[in-house]
Design a protein around this ligand. Sequence first.
Ligand SMILES: [Zn+2]
Length: 211
Amino acid sequence: MTPPSPSSPRGFSRRTLLAASAAGLAFLATGCTSSSADEREQVTSEQADELDAQALAQVNEESGRGEGDSAEDLFLVDAEEGLTPTGLRLSAHFLLREFHCKDGTQVPAAAIPALKRLVNGVLEPMRTRFGKCTVHSGFRTDAYNRRVGGATNSQHLYHRTPSDVAADITFVNGNVSAWHSEAERLLGNSGGLGRYATFVHVDNRQQHARW
Ligand SMILES: [Zn+2]
């Protein structure tokens, strides 16, 4: 199947995207949001430590009840320092803290396996090609999603669809067209992929969704 032309994202013209982005409008159906609203808030490193600790406690509690994977299955363990020397590590280059909601809410434990799949299947291979990645938006609570104008059925709402998770990403090298093409190749005939003015949205839903 031929990937859609980068210059003509399906469903929205580039002009529409830019206009909607400028107005801070939500995109219907599959869209996430304008990036600018989401980037005004950040989690401090102290908050991130606390959110990691909460996520780890939740993982341990659930696996203790026989639900879900253990922390050792979900996170890379450093031989000398154990699980959390610099935060819970999903893969060689991605930390859980990059995906916590910017309103100070931890990634739900139930969504971490899907997040690990997204990171290993899409984000790490893209990082290999384009260099250091910035995650502009990962998990969003309902309230935070409303605040940034996200779609009500957004894959950023990890607590609603814990088996499908999303990330809005950029890289130090390349551009939106190159990132979009590579994500298209990696996702194949499934997952969600959205092209925005300054970033791409990727998610690992079962269906094929492009915008
Ligand atoms: Zn998004």
